[in-house]
Design a protein around this ligand. Structure first.
Ligand code: SF4
Length: 104
């Protein structure tokens, strides 16, 4: 089991989740030309701390909630974990993409 970052993160990467993860399981990168972050399923301990940190609600708590993005997180994690961390965006920074809404 692991938490999963979904496509709502694409183009947003608030990166607030990575700063609170106690096991450094969240890593940034680029996927299909857009900034994205993933959760390494090998490292995640399902503590749930990252979920309320995401202003656009991009993180789901189970693989079953979004199996497609869970597969993408698992596939990208080995390469993304080599990337340096991002500076988090403020939680009230408006989303970059139309259709995304601040929900926290
Ligand atoms: S659930 Fe906990 S361990 Fe897993 S990515 Fe989120 S903060 Fe890290």
């Amino acid at each position: 089991m692991a938490h999963v970052i979904t496509g709502i993160c694409l183009g947003e990467t608030y990166a607030r989740c990575a700063g609170v993860c106690p096991v450094d399981a969240i890593h940034p990168g680029t996927w299909r030309g857009e900034p994205f972050m993933v959760i390494d399923p090998e490292a995640c301990i399902d503590c749930d701390v990252c979920v309320p940190e995401c202003p656009v609600c991009a993180i789901v708590s189970t693989v079953e909630a979004d199996p497609g993005w869970a597969k993408t997180n698992a596939e990208l994690a080995p390469q993304f974990k080599k990337n340096p961390p991002l500076t988090p965006r403020p939680a009230d920074d408006p989303p970059h993409k139309p259709g995304h809404k601040l929900v926290r």
